[in-house]
Structure formats: C-alpha cells, structure tokens
Design a protein around this ligand. Structure first.
Ligand SMILES: Nc1ncnc2c1ncn2[C@@H]1O[C@H](COP(=O)(O)OP(=O)(O)OP(=O)(O)O)[C@@H](O)[C@H]1O
Ligand SMILES: [Mg+2]
Length: 301
C-alpha cells in the first residue's frame, strides 16, 4: 500500500477516537496489473507479486501467517479498479471483513462453493472464446482489454476439499478448483488458495505445480515444506521447518523459475482492514450521477 494517507468521512459513521479508521491508503488508480506489495525480504527490500498472471499457494502450520498474506492480497484487490473479489472462507472471520466489497462470499457451505466454482469456470471458458475470436488471436488478457480482474481467494482449502459435504462434492470441488487454477491465470482470473495442512491429499504435486507463486510459512517437517515449495528444496537448505515458530509471518516465497526467498509479510491490523474495506466500499459505490456508464461498468464481466 502506498504511504500517502487522506482523511475521509466514514460511510458507517462510527466514532473514531484515535483516527485509525479515517486514515486509509489512497489508491484511486491502483490496479491488479500493478505490483502487489506483500512485505519485505531479509535485506529489508520490498517484495511485490504479480498476482494477475500467477496463482498463489500459501501453506503452513496453524497460526503461521497465511491469512495475513491473503489479507494483503484482498486489500490490494479491494482497492483496485475494475477488480472483483470472490472469497471462500470456511472459518468466516479471516476474509469475512471483506464481504462488503466481494461479489461472492462463500462460508462453510459446499453447495454454495460448488455453484460459485462452476460459474467461475464457465466465465473463464467464455473469456478464452473471446480471446480466440481476436485477430490476431491472443493467449492472454492485457490491461488494455478492459476486462475486470476476478480474484478468487480461498482460506483453508481443506475445508472445501476434505471436510464439508459428501465425498462426491469434495471431489467435484477439487476438480473444479484444478480447472480454475489452470484456466484462470491467463484470462484475468487468478486464484490464491491457502492451506494449513500441506499434505499430498490436499495439494497433490499436479495441483501445486499450477501455482506460479508458492509461499511456505512455518511447517512442522521438511517434507511438508517441500509439498508447498516443490520436491527437493528442503534438501537444498530451503525448508520452512527451520522458521522460528515465534516469528509469525515469516515464509519462503518461491516465484516461478527462481530460488525460494525468505520474506516477512506485511501485517494489517483489524482496524486497518476495516478502514480499507470501508474506503473501498465507498469508492466502489454505484454512482447515480454517472448514469448508464456506471451500469455498464457493473455488468461488464
Ligand atoms: N506478518 C506478520 N507480522 C506480525 N504478526 C503476524 C504476521 N502474520 C501473522 N502474525 C501473527 O500471527 C497470528 C496468526 O496469523 P494468521 O491468522 O495469518 O495465521 P494462519 O496461518 O492463517 O493461521 P490458521 O492456519 O490458524 O488460519 C496473527 O493473529 C498475528 O498475531
Ligand atoms: Mg488462517
């Protein structure tokens, strides 16, 4: 987030005795095509992700800092123009604060999760048909296409693929997710999916390899770290089991084709998240003075 701040009226009119709620980052032209700030590396340098064309897989033990990273992504997306959020949170409270700015918020309901996933896949297919119709034909969307970016964020993947619903529904969810992760990337529909159980049944290698960014927060064993980062990294000295359990938010980040980099994610307090959502909801409000243009903007998928 940029350091610039602006004092704004709050749309909910809550009292704000210490000024936290009214001091929010100003990002009127932020886009998902811009670098997405997630924290610093071990040299104190800022770390940015290019989420628009990469899926992100954060994994690690409970309390390691996965949801904190997801909240950085959700906040950037909430403040970005022409960007829609689709949120899955079986626990409700991690992504729940973003409910007001999301097109869809899926709680612990697998029926709902499946219907949203099916819609996302149908949309991805439509976008590819649209790309195919272009001359010269194209393989991915660009900033100039004007298509909205649809960011799907799933907090605790295992809830949907192993806990809720029947086995058949869980299998369908896993299949649809695999489809979205492989199709969404190039058509402006990236996926961010976190899990606190890095094991082969939750993240088989074939699914893991579809994530261009993998982020291993503290793991209990070198092999669970390898499940997130990829086979062999622990042996080369990059194991998230070495991360001190007391340093929450520290992780190894692997970007496509690179070497894992030790990072510390930025942390947003509940008050800051509330302020960001409050502001994002306000800048996203339907604008009655814009007439049909605002309507067109809202229905353009
Ligand atoms: N980058 C960070 N800087 C400082 N503290 C952090 C950071 N990330 C996480 N924490 C601390 O660790 C706690 C747990 O973080 P978080 O909820 O993100 O973990 P998690 O991996 O999502 O856990 P779970 O698997 O239980 O959902 C936070 O409440 C916060 O106190
Ligand atoms: Mg969490």
């Amino acid at each position: 987030m940029t350091a610039t701040t602006l004092t704004l009226p709050t749309s909910r009119g809550d009292p704000d005795p210490i000024g936290l709620r009214t001091r929010v980052p100003v990002a009127p032209t932020l886009s998902m095509f811009d670098p997405l700030y997630i924290g610093i590396d071990e040299f104190g340098e800022p770390v940015y992700l290019d989420i628009i064309f990469h899926n992100l897989l954060p994994g690690g033990e409970p309390g390691a800092g996965k949801s904190g990273l997801l909240q950085n992504v959700a906040s950037h997306a909430a403040l970005s123009v022409n960007t829609r959020l689709v949120l899955f949170d079986g626990k409700l409270v991690e992504l729940g604060p973003y409910m007001d700015v999301a097109d869809e918020f899926v709680g612990p309901n697998l029926e709902h999760a499946l219907s949203v996933m099916r819609r996302l896949l149908a949309l991805a297919t439509n976008r590819y048909l649209w790309l195919l119709s272009k001359r010269p034909s194209r393989r991915k969307v660009t900033r100039d296409d004007g298509l909205s970016t649809i960011v799907t964020i799933i907090d605790e993947l295992a809830m949907f693929s192993t806990v809720l619903g029947s086995k058949a529904q869980q299998d369908e969810f896993a299949t649809l997710l695999r489809g979205l992760v492989s199709l969404g990337r190039a058509c402006g529909m990236p996926v961010v999916a976190a899990t606190q159980r890095p094991s082969w049944d939750i993240i088989p290698a074939s699914l893991r390899d579809l994530f261009g960014y993998r982020c291993a927060f503290r793991c209990t064993t070198p092999s669970s770290s390898d499940i997130v980062l990829g086979h062999g990294w622990a042996e080369l000295g990059y194991s998230a089991s070495d991360i001190n359990p007391a340093t929450r938010g520290v992780a190894y980040l692997l970007a496509e084709g690179g070497v894992p980099r030790r990072i510390k994610t930025a942390w947003l307090s509940d008050e800051q998240i509330d302020a960001i959502v409050d502001y994002a909801t306000w800048i996203r409000r339907p604008n009655p003075t814009a007439g049909s243009r605002s309507l067109t903007y809202q229905i353009a998928a």
